[in-house]
Design a protein around this ligand. Sequence first.
Ligand SMILES: Cc1cc2nc3c(=O)[nH]c(=O)nc-3n(C[C@H](O)[C@H](O)[C@H](O)COP(=O)(O)OP(=O)(O)OC[C@H]3O[C@@H](n4cnc5c(N)ncnc54)[C@H](O)[C@@H]3O)c2cc1C
Length: 415
Amino acid sequence: MAAQARPHREIIVAGGGLPGLSLAVALRRAFGEAVRITVCDPAFARAGGPDLRAYAVAAGGRRMLERLGVWPAVAAGAQPIREMVITDSRLSDPVRPTFLTFAGEVEEGEPFAHMVEGGALLGALRAAAAEAGAILDPTPVRAAVPESGAITARLADGRSLRASLVVAADGARSRLREAAGISWIGWSYPQSGIVATVSHERDHEGRAVEHFLPSGPFAILPLSPGGSLGHRSSIVWTERQADVPALLGGDREDALREVERRFGLTLGALALETPLAAYPLSFGIARRFGAPRLALLGDAAHVVHPIAGQGLNLGLKSAAALAEALTDAMRLGLDPGGPDALQAYERSRRADTLAMGAATDGLNRLFSTDVLPVRLVRDFGLGLVDRLPALKRLFIQEAAGLRGAQPRLMRGEAL
Ligand SMILES: Cc1cc2nc3c(=O)[nH]c(=O)nc-3n(C[C@H](O)[C@H](O)[C@H](O)COP(=O)(O)OP(=O)(O)OC[C@H]3O[C@@H](n4cnc5c(N)ncnc54)[C@H](O)[C@@H]3O)c2cc1C
């Protein structure tokens, strides 16, 4: 439904990951032909390996995807998280006591998050962007050069595209962020996130489990039924970087044994449905979320540890906030690449992303240690939280992405 027929605007999104595509769908659905959107990403041309990650899409993100008409395409394969269980133990401990459990609804019948497989979500967003009329171009953007009243994106094949705004959604190592001279505050963790899909004999009943082990968290996240043993989970296994080559270099049997040691046997026999894949982990936030006629989006603006499964959710929230700032500007007849729109975007996202970055960094440091006094204090803290229902409700609202100011799309409203 086109909200406004003119003036004609041109926006280029460099990076067709989940946040970049969400922004393109949102703007095309709101403005139709009045906004020409080109999403450039060399990944459009690659058959490539599938993204083995599965995402915990929080309630706010699901409401947004519903509003954009994308959710129905992934709903059948999405697994609601009905409960979260947190344990704190060593690999050698014979039992893993549960310290904290959360029941998983934010509203009656609305789970705080769903697990969705990365490949399915990306496919659905690409299809929605194409259907909404965004141009999907498989050419990388090499540079974005602001000039008077416009910005020119220089593409790798020699073409130059003029636009009101370039959105750099080109990932954590954003070339466009660097070229714009925006500095990055952050660090790498001496850890990698190993991901894989595992099948098991018994039903997980929608339960997500986070085992805090000394090398970092080992998360078991429920997926929809399937796999060779009938039920599936995704694992995100944080491991010391130095140990990762040996874990990935062994054969499938060795890998399965290592997974079994951490996963435990509560869901019966296990089988690996995919190879193990490792992602280096880091934390970082851009000093500014924009430069003249350039807005940073997704991991190009902020990267957090996956301990709380919030990286993509932050990216979707930023896409919703940027879509809102651009929409509000264009409805007033203002330039979407002008400073007012970009400042409104930055104001709406900065505090939230900093808070989430600090929280995930602190949690990772607190739990990736085996020092006994620290373990005792954190286990006492977990036990305490477990007995405070009001605090637990607060945490669930936070994990669902529903605390604090929400962009309209995250509330499930139209732009
Ligand atoms: C192990 C692990 C588990 C995770 N689990 C979760 C989870 O459960 N929930 C959650 O919310 N988040 C999770 N995250 C975080 C999440 O994966 C990221 O936040 C999210 O993928 C960021 O998307 P993005 O599009 O910004 O960046 P990317 O996914 O890196 O995409 C960037 C895109 O830009 C393209 N590109 C690069 N350079 C150019 C260029 N010059 N021109 C054009 N295109 C370009 C690339 O081809 C790519 O498609 C996890 C992360 C890790 C590492």
